[in-house]
Design a protein around this ligand. Structure first.
Ligand SMILES: [Zn+2]
Length: 276
């Protein structure tokens, strides 16, 4: 037991992105968010406080360790509570909360007691300029959600994209409410943007960041899974036969393959075998 505890990853970590002097990743458990220190304040993203308000106070404390600048913005990557619940300490610190219009519409209906509504919304694109730093927010279409924003730092060539680009691993439970056909198109839009590294919303294998090759690999995976299920679905094999028997051996070595493949197959059965 003791040996196990010693090997476990620390509950949280703050890491500066290599090759930058102001871009950080804050990880708490298996979630992470980007924050950027500018000459005129800090731009934070996703409070990642679902069911654990201490993650958010830790996040704010970690920012204060690397900057005395005020926190000016809190930007939501998309509307899912596991990434955006718990933002009140940021709001209390004076941050302006920004989200995609569709995220705000959902939050306004659901009134989750732990999730702060946005102060400002964006739709297609918005550029935030703070001090010496430019951050571009771009909606690239439906994918993992209907409110996912790509956050791009053009000077650093770094993007922050949450859950619709799972780095080097098979997407899982979150397939349930995704938009699989449009997702492929959104990945092509991301590939066409100018960037070198992607910070994912869940740590990649070994904690690494992603590359355009990871995005291309994911796109190929989704296309392969879609084509395989399409053939089975049109032969009348959805749901059970596909979920129990269909395999994609090319991807066996990807983390999450065994556990997550049924979620992927179920989503594509809904598409090709049900029409949704
Ligand atoms: Zn999500």
């Amino acid at each position: 037991m003791v040996a196990h505890a010693q090997q476990a990853a620390p509950p949280f970590a703050t890491t500066k992105v290599d090759g930058t002097d102001n871009v950080y990743v804050f990880r708490y458990g298996n979630h992470q968010a980007m924050f950027v220190v500018t000459s005129a304040g800090v731009i934070a993203t996703d409070p990642i406080g679902y069911g654990r308000p201490q993650a958010v106070t830790t996040y704010v404390d970690e920012i204060k360790k690397v900057s005395t600048q005020p926190i000016k913005y809190l930007i939501y990557s998309h509307h899912h509570f596991d990434h955006i619940a718990g933002g009140k300490p940021f709001k209390d610190a004076g941050a302006t909360v920004v989200a995609h219009r569709r995220a705000q519409e959902r939050l306004a209906v659901l009134k989750d007691p732990h999730t702060v509504l946005a102060d400002e919304t964006m739709d297609g694109a918005r550029t935030i300029t703070l001090g010496d730093t430019t951050l571009e927010l771009t909606y690239v279409g439906l994918n993992h959600s209907d409110s996912s924003i790509v956050m791009r730092l053009p000077k650093q060539k770094v993007i922050f994209a949450v859950e619709f680009i799972p780095v080097g691993s098979v997407p899982g439970r979150g397939m349930i409410d995704s938009y699989p056909l449009e997702w492929e198109e959104s990945l092509k839009r991301v590939l066409a943007m100018d960037w070198d590294r992607v910070i994912p919303g869940h740590p990649g294998p070994g904690g690494r960041l992603g590359t355009k090759q990871d995005v291309q690999n994911l796109l190929t995976f989704l296309q392969d899974a879609s084509a395989a299920v399409k053939a089975e679905a049109q032969a009348g094999k959805c749901w059970d036969a596909v979920e129990k028997e269909l395999k994609l051996p090319k991807y066996e070595s990807w983390p999450g393959y065994a556990q997550n493949l049924p979620y992927v197959l179920r989503r594509y059965c809904a598409l090709w075998g049900r029409g949704t």
